[in-house]
Structures are given as structure tokens and as C-alpha cells.
Write a protein that binds this ligand. Sequence first.
Ligand SMILES: NC(=O)c1ccc[n+]([C@@H]2O[C@H](COP(=O)([O-])OP(=O)(O)OC[C@H]3O[C@@H](n4cnc5c(N)ncnc54)[C@H](OP(=O)(O)O)[C@@H]3O)[C@@H](O)[C@H]2O)c1
Length: 386
Amino acid sequence: MTGTTHAPGRIAPPAAIAAALDRAVALARRGPLHDPNPRVGCVLLAPDGTTLAEGHHGGAGTPHAEAAALAAAGPAAAGATAVVTLEPCSHHGRTPPCATALVEAGVAHVVYAVADPTRAGGGARTLTSAGVRVDHQPHPGAEDLVADWARAARLGRPHVTWKVASTLDGRVAAADGTSRWITSPEARRAAHQVRSQVGAVLVGTGTALTDDPSLTARDADGTLLADQPLRVVVGERDLPAGSALALAAGGALSAEGGAVLHLRTHDPARVLDELRERGVHSVLLEGGPTLGGAFWRAGLVDELLVHLAPALLGAGPLAVPDLGITTISDAARLDLVDLTRLGPDLQLRLRPTAGGTAADSTSDPATSTSSTQATSTTPDPTPQED
Ligand SMILES: NC(=O)c1ccc[n+]([C@@H]2O[C@H](COP(=O)([O-])OP(=O)(O)OC[C@H]3O[C@@H](n4cnc5c(N)ncnc54)[C@H](OP(=O)(O)O)[C@@H]3O)[C@@H](O)[C@H]2O)c1
């Protein structure tokens, strides 16, 4: 625990603070999983370590966790220790900054587990300058709670993983369009786990029309997993009325997975804007080569998840469309960050090498004309909404 200032007076004992941090993480989990804002919990402790009040954030448009706890404590908050999973915000949104609210309530001590990576950060500095003792006490559970949100905040858009199941010769379907099943049940089970960990799963209309997928996250026996992603189809064409996604969109299968969204655009950036506004922090791209290639060319793929089956097809669509690369020095290079065996298949987790192309390491980037993955700009991280 790293203290920055020390205000006079008693503060809650370390054991009570540690227990309050666990409790704050549990409270935070009551907030919505898919929301523009992070899930945050707060516990207010009296100087003797007893709990005065608790709060959590219930999603955009509702009070932040600290505000909820302060409201519940009333005047008893004076002299308290506030234990929060995320550094209190310092920006003026629809609600006043939590750092200011804590100062005005007379809180003597603030302990937070995760530093705010957005420009709403800086709450610790505001508190310190007002004479409040501030400690940063990391907590793995609190970090897990906001990992997706923090990564999206740094990117200024949802994080994108392009998932491909391919044969050794890079085919994602046979010549007749069939692709069920290229990989083993073990690999498919792992893919469903990944689906349940992201905010949205995306396919193009090509995949929706050919495979008629439901895009739900399921167990080996078909049972729905607890967390279901938003299901998104990208493209101009209508889905047939009897298709799984059209039925789900119409409410006929609403109890069987996340909501369905059909975005009639070909613009990957617009897709991500739309999803960000809906509180999606991570996306699993499960479309075919057309959609995957469009995201890659736009510089909007952060990670590739490849399930490689020991099989050959010799014909059929390739995983990656023409990227306009004509010479080996322009090859799009990736770093292998993880390699796992899934039954007979291999799972490769890869990230585009910084700079994106082999050419970047051998030629002057200022004069390079490589047409592989576009350089994505990293905008200022945006603060939580209110
Ligand atoms: N093995 C695997 O991992 C895997 C995964 C998915 C699919 N597949 C296979 O891939 C094949 C389908 O491939 P696909 O490439 O047609 O599927 P896709 O990428 O999912 O869908 C392509 C369609 O999406 C629309 N679209 C959306 N954004 C676009 C953009 N930026 N540029 C152009 N079109 C855009 C277009 O349709 P509109 O005309 O409607 O706009 C386009 O025809 C199937 O055989 C399927 O089984 C394999």
C-alpha cells in the first residue's frame, strides 16, 4: 500500500480495509456487465473499521458507487475511510466528480484498487491536494472487473479479436461452402467460452446466410452459458425470416441468448462506434474473410485467435482475403503470444507486430507504401459516462 499524504486522525485498520476491498469487488459485480461505464463498488468504514455504508454503480445514468455510499452514510461519512475498486473520478459529467464529493463529505482516507486510465483519472490528486490521505492498494479481483473497460478506454473503441477456424492450408470452408466442422469439439468448446467473455460477436451477412448461426455461447451439451454476448450481423442484405438470428431479433428466441443487432453498413469504424455507444468493450469477429479482411485493412484488429485443424481441403475460401501485399518484405507480421493444444487442434493467439509489416523493420517508415493493416491512431482515453 503506497500512501501519498497523511491527514491527522484515526483511520480504519488494514484488516478491515482488506475485507472492505473484497466486499467492494463483490458489490461492483452487481452492476451491469455491458455498459459504457465500468463496474465499481465502494465501502465506507468508520475509524474503528465497522462498515458505515456501501454502494455500487448500477450503470450509465445512475449514481457512481462513491455517491451511492455517501448518500447512504449521510453525515456519518465525515472522518470515514472510503474503500473503492476504482480511483474516484475527477471529471464533471452529468454528476459531480466523486473526488470532490468525497472531500465535501469530509472523508479522511481513500483506498482505491485500480488507477483510472481515462482522462477522468486524477481523482487521487484532487483528494491529496484537499488533504485526504490516499492509498493505492491493488486487488486482482478489482483489476479483472475493469480490464475490458480499461482496455477499450485506452483504445477509444472496443478491443477486436478476429477468430478464425482454418485447415492447415488456410481454408475456412470447403469448396461447396460447408464449414461445419473444421475443428474439434474441444476447440469449439473453447470458442464458446471466448464468446461468453466478450461484449459482442460479429459476423457478416455472408456467414449469417451460409451457416445460419445462432451466435450464442453454449456448453458442450448445448446449455447456454451465464454470460451471453450481443449478436451482431454486418451487411446490407436481409436475413431470411426463418433464420436463427432473424427469429432471435424478432423476439421469438429472445430467451436463448443476447440481443441481435443488424448493422447495414460496410464501415468497420462505424460498427465499432455503434457498439461502443451500446457499452460494448470487446468484440469477437467471427465472420468470414470479407468482414475480417475489412477490419484488418482498417487497422481495427487487435488480436487474432486462430484454431488450426490438422486437415487439408485444397480448395474453398481462404481465411484472409487479398490484402494488396505483393512482395514478401510487405508481409503482415504477427507476434505469437500464446499457443495451446485443444484436442487435435492448435490455438494460436497472435497480435499484429508493432508497425504491422516486415517492411517496417527494413525500410524507412516515412517512405514505406505498405498497404497492409492501416496504422490505428490512439485517441485520448474517454472518461466514464454518467
Ligand atoms: N472457419 C471459419 O472460421 C469461418 C468463420 C466464418 C465464416 N466462415 C465461412 O466463410 C464463408 C462466408 O464468407 P464471407 O466472406 O462471405 O462472410 P462474411 O465476411 O461474414 O460476410 C460477408 C458479407 O458481409 C457484408 N459486409 C459487411 N462488411 C463488409 C465490408 N466492409 N466489405 C464488404 N462486405 C461487407 C457483405 O454483404 P452485403 O452485401 O449483405 O452487405 C459481404 O458479402 C462461409 O463459407 C462460412 O462458412 C468460416
